[in-house]
Design a protein around this ligand. Sequence first.
Ligand SMILES: Nc1ncnc2c1ncn2[C@@H]1O[C@H](COP(=O)(O)OP(=O)(O)OP(=O)(O)O)[C@@H](O)[C@H]1O
Ligand SMILES: [Mg+2]
Length: 317
Amino acid sequence: MDSHSPTLLKVENLSKKFLVKKSLFKKEYFKAVDNVSFSIEHNHVLGIVGESGSGKSTIGRLVLKLIEKDEGKIYFEGKDVYKFSAEEEKLFRKETSVVFQDPRTSLNPRFKVFQIVEEPLIVHGFNKKEREKKVVEAVEDAGLDSSFLDRYPSDLSGGQRQRVAIARAVVLKPKLIIADEPTSALDVSVQLQIINLIKRLKKEKGISFLFISHDLNVVGMLSDRILVLYRGKVMEKGDARSILKNPLHPYTKILLESLPPDHPKRRKNLSSIPEIYREEIKGSCVFYSRCPKATEECKKEPAYRITDSREVYCHFV
Ligand SMILES: Nc1ncnc2c1ncn2[C@@H]1O[C@H](COP(=O)(O)OP(=O)(O)OP(=O)(O)O)[C@@H](O)[C@H]1O
Ligand SMILES: [Mg+2]
């Protein structure tokens, strides 16, 4: 990869709120993504981790322009994605793709594997001969052999179906794949196979991933950088190894503690942490109500603390 080429994806101060209640006099909004910034270099994996409802998928959908942002900027290889020409928009669609959690619902059950993987090639105007070659290549890249081409999704196991979804995602040779909980619906042993496949696609094809998961254990296995999200806000972000070795934010520590008991990285001396500690306070740190370390100071919102490898939203870092 050309070391001078601009950052693959740069997201600056991205925010999104959803209308949740509307009456004659009042509209109520829910902030799903709150002032989030990150970047992904070529041939890198950024893991976004956070519990259900923290805004992970919304970030993925915003990056792919499937929904409108409220505020913020998104640059793909240095270009503002909201100012693309028609030609640049088409290239962006070709160079980005997505893999979802549940391949049972994301794959068309009436299509055979060949047709499923072929479809993006038709959209982008490849001729029949090119399509045949590229489909076979993509299916092999995803770790399946060509005997699968004639089969329907219902004839496949969960792991095989997710490989088909990955073949479809790589068939146009994208630069960035948004993988939204791609292993969460799979058995643990199959999860590991899919994680290894993603690692291989990064290494051999130079594809970057925005890898979304609620499981820091999974994210830690393949990410170069990690972003920890809570209620739409970045709690901590930085180099993956350094976060796993020395989490600084109390929420990251809680996520690490929820690693399986036999995991070598599990912190043995952390006691279990109850769901809710104290009442919500307007204008406080967003983690105030659940933070085991909160003090009076936390009734005010913290600024981001920046250390050499990290950015942390906490008064005490
Ligand atoms: N179209 C929408 N309209 C209203 N609220 C929405 C919409 N999309 C998402 N939300 C809300 O925004 C919040 C963030 O949702 P999102 O799907 O991004 O979370 P997530 O971190 O991906 O969760 P999960 O792990 O369950 O997939 C949730 O509270 C969700 O209910
Ligand atoms: Mg989600």
